[in-house]
Design a protein around this ligand. Structure first.
Ligand SMILES: Nc1ncnc2c1ncn2[C@@H]1O[C@H](COP(=O)(O)OP(=O)(O)OP(=O)(O)O)[C@@H](O)[C@H]1O
Ligand SMILES: [Mg+2]
Length: 305
């Protein structure tokens, strides 16, 4: 499917979604976007959570930090969808839909990836976003309370006995996508904020997720541990993938930072995104450009004749 998209010069769409709030959608969106930018891709981001605007704020913080210290951090092209105030739900949904589709079409011809952060509740925009995505990443706190939006489990065996609302939403999105262009939505569930000390809860969650993946045809990523670094980088707009020592002026990396970076990289590789030679070449070219950006332009070649 990706090769068809490349031929049509359409961006690959990654959505971060889960009907449960506070599972790590915004944190994950930002890390995926920066990973792809740093690998040389043209990345756009859309914040569908127009009320909280947390991804928008994260990116603004990054811009401010970069400008303040002349750091030349990679920044995605970003748009957010402002909640539309209207008398009726139909009018609101229609207007938000138009704004969202306009943002996607502005971005899809000129970027390789569009990363979309969604709000933690069901809604028209969220459903639409799921049906245009190529990859859906659903971060999930390592807790049965959060698991419940995906499926209900047998308390003795941990087997999924009933699918919940959000699973139904994703199934429906997949169906619509198949009808629209015969495309396939790759759904990857990522355990997030996993306790660094292994517990019985963790083993049980893994077994229930396996049962869920059999029922839904989704994939389960190894996951990201609970680490303070994910919380403290927001005000300066950085991610664990950035050169934190340079960007924080001598802040020393500890083992937890390195492990966090490793986990995010492992997640990116599990996603099996269409990352190839083109991106690597662009990354090299961008690096060269950045290295020479402050030097005077060499006009010798141009004036030789
Ligand atoms: N791996 C992690 N370790 C520690 N804290 C984390 C981790 N991932 C996310 N957090 C923290 O958990 C909280 C929720 O994360 P985030 O805002 O990314 O979730 P969300 O799903 O986007 O929430 P919402 O549904 O409100 O939009 C934030 O305080 C964030 O800093
Ligand atoms: Mg969020």
């Amino acid at each position: 499917m990706f090769s068809a998209k490349v031929e049509q010069n359409q961006a690959y769409v990654i959505a971060c979604g889960n009907e449960k709030g506070g599972t790590g959608k915004t944190t994950t969106s930002m890390h995926i976007a920066i990973a792809l930018l740093n690998a040389g891709y043209r990345v756009a981001t859309i914040d569908l959570d127009g009320r909280q605007k947390t991804l928008t704020r994260y990116i603004e913080n990054r811009k401010n930090w970069s400008e303040r210290y002349n750091l030349k951090l990679s920044i995605p092209t970003h748009e957010f969808i402002e909640p539309y105030k209207a008398e009726t739900k139909t009018e609101r949904d229609g207007n938000e839909l138009a704004m969202f589709m306009a943002a996607v079409s502005r971005m899809e011809q000129t970027h390789d990836f569009v990363v979309i952060d969604t709000a933690g509740h069901d809604g028209y925009l969220m459903q639409l976003c799921h049906s245009i995505a190529d990859t859906l990443i659903s971060p999930l706190n390592d807790s049965y309370l959060d698991f419940d939006v995906l499926g209900q489990v047998d308390p003795q065996t941990g087997e999924v006995i009933r699918l919940s609302h959000y699973s139904g939403t994703v199934r429906e999105a997949r169906r619509k996508r198949r009808i629209a262009d015969n495309g396939f939505l790759d759904w990857v569930i990522v355990r997030n904020r996993i306790a660094t000390i292994h517990s019985r809860n963790s083993s049980a969650m893994i077994s229930s997720l396996k049962s869920l993946s059999m029922k839904l045809g989704c994939r389960i990523a190894d996951g990201i541990s609970e680490r303070v670094v994910f919380r403290e980088l927001f005000p300066i707009g950085l991610t664990v993938l950035d050169d934190l020592e340079a960007a924080t002026f001598g802040g020393k990396l500890n083992n937890s930072h390195l492990a966090a970076r490793q986990e995010v990289r492992a997640l990116i590789s599990t996603l099996r995104l269409p990352i190839d030679e083109v991106g690597r070449k662009r990354a090299e070219a961008r690096q060269k450009w950045l290295e020479n950006a402050d030097k005077p332009i060499d006009t010798m070649g141009l004036l030789a004749d």
